[in-house]
Ligand binder design. Structure first.
Ligand code: DAK
Length: 263
C-alpha cells in the first residue's frame, strides 16, 4: 500500500492508497467554507484522479469537526445577482457531477449548505455518528443553490425535503440514514477507514463496468423508466467490447478469480 501526499494545493490534501484516491478539504480556519479557490483545487484534484488509470474510486472527506460549512458567506454577502451569475461558480460544481469514477464521501462534523450539497453530489456517503447535515440557507435569506432542492428531494422525498429546506434545521447522521440519504453510520474515528474500504472494494472491480454502472444509475435521475432501460441496455451491450467482460465470464467458467486489466 502506497501513501503519497501532494503539497501543490493550498486548501486541500491529496493522497493515494492502492487504487483509491483521497481528497481532504483543508481550510480549517473557515470551517472548510467552499470558496471559489478551494472549489477550483478540489475540481482539479478530482479530475486528475478521474483521468488516472491507476485510480479506480475516490474518497472525499473534510476535517474531524467539519466536512464543510457551506459556501463562503463572507465572500457572497455583498454580491449582486449579476456578480453571482457572472462568476459562474456552477461550472466548477458541474465538473464534479461529470466525474466518471465513483466518489465516496466520508463525513464527520458539519456538512451544511454547500457542504451538504457537495456530499450529495458524491455517489455514496459514509458518516460518523456525530455528523450534522443541513440546508440552512433559508436562515440567511436564500435557498440551496448547488443542487440541494433537487438532490435532497430525490433522495428523501418531497415532504422531508420541504421540512428540512424550509426550516433549515440540522439533522443527524442517524436521521440521514433512516431517510435514505446516506449509506452507513459508523463511529467517527472509523469514518474515513470505512469510506476507504468501500472505495477499495469498488476500485478492485473492472473499471469500465464500474464507470458504465455509475453512468446508468445516474441516468435514472433524469429520464423516464423507458429511456433509462434503453440506455442501460446499450451500456450493457457496450461492455461486451471490453477485455474484462471476456476475462470475467471466462474466469467464472474456469472457477478461478478474474484478473482484471481494466480495459
Ligand atoms: N462561510 C464563511 N465563514 C464561515 C462559514 C461560511 N459558510 N461558516 C463558518 N464560518 C466562519 C465563522 O464566521 C467563524 O469565523 P470567525 O468569526 O472566526 O472569523 C468561523 O468560521 C467559525 O465559525 P463559528 O464561530 O460560527 O463556529 P461554531 O462552531 O459556533 O458554528 C457552524 C459552526 C458551522 C454551525 C456555523 O459556523 C454556521 O452555521 N455556519 C454557516 C452555515 C451556513 O449557513 N451554510 C450555508 C452557507 S450558503 C452555488 C454553490 C454553492 C452554494 C450556493 C450556490 N452555486 C454553484 C450557484 C452554497 C451556498 C451555501 O452554502
Amino acid at each position: 500500500m502506497s501513501i503519497s501526499t501532494s503539497t501543490q494545493y493550498q486548501y486541500i490534501l491529496v493522497s493515494q492508497e492502492g487504487r483509491v484516491g483521497t481528497v481532504q478539504l483543508n481550510r480549517p480556519d473557515a470551517l472548510n467554507a467552499l470558496s471559489p479557490e478551494l472549489m477550483q483545487e478540489l475540481v482539479e484534484a478530482l479530475e486528475a484522479f478521474d483521468a488516472d488509470d491507476a485510480i479506480g474510486c475516490m474518497v472525499l472527506t473534510g476535517g474531524e469537526k467539519v466536512f464543510a460549512a457551506g459556501a463562503d458567506i463572507k465572500k457572497m454577502a455583498s454580491a449582486s445577482a449579476m456578480d453571482m451569475l457572472l462568476v459562474d461558480q456552477l461550472a466548477r460544481w458541474d465538473r464534479i457531477r461529470k466525474l466518471h469514477k465513483p466518489v465516496v464521501a466520508a463525513i464527520n462534523g458539519y456538512a451544511l449548505g454547500g457542504g451538504c450539497e457537495l456530499a450529495m453530489m458524491c455517489d455514496m456517503i459514509i458518516a460518523g455518528e456525530t455528523a450534522k447535515f443541513g440546508q440552512p440557507e433559508i436562515g440567511i435569506g436564500v435557498i440551496p443553490g448547488a443542487g440541494g432542492t433537487q438532490r435532497l428531494t430525490r433522495a428523501v422525498g418531497k415532504a422531508k425535503a420541504m421540512e428540512l429546506i424550509l426550516t433549515g434545521r440540522q439533522f443527524s447522521a442517524q436521521e440521514a440514514l433512516e431517510m435514505g440519504l446516506i449509506n452507513k453510520v459508523v463511529p467517527a474515528e472509523l469514518t474515513i477507514e470505512e469510506a476507504k474500504n468501500l472505495a477499495k472494494a469498488i476500485a478492485e472491480k473492472p473499471a469500465i463496468a464500474v464507470r458504465l454502472g455509475k453512468e446508468a444509475i445516474l441516468k435514472a435521475f433524469d429520464t423516464t423508466i423507458e429511456g433509462g432501460l434503453d440506455y442501460e441496455r446499450k451500456l450493457f451491450y457496450l461492455l461486451f467490447a471490453s477485455a474484462d467482460q471476456k476475462e470475467g465470464m471466462q474466469a467464472f467458467m474456469e472457477k478461478r478469480p478474474p484478473v482484471w486489466t481494466h480495459s
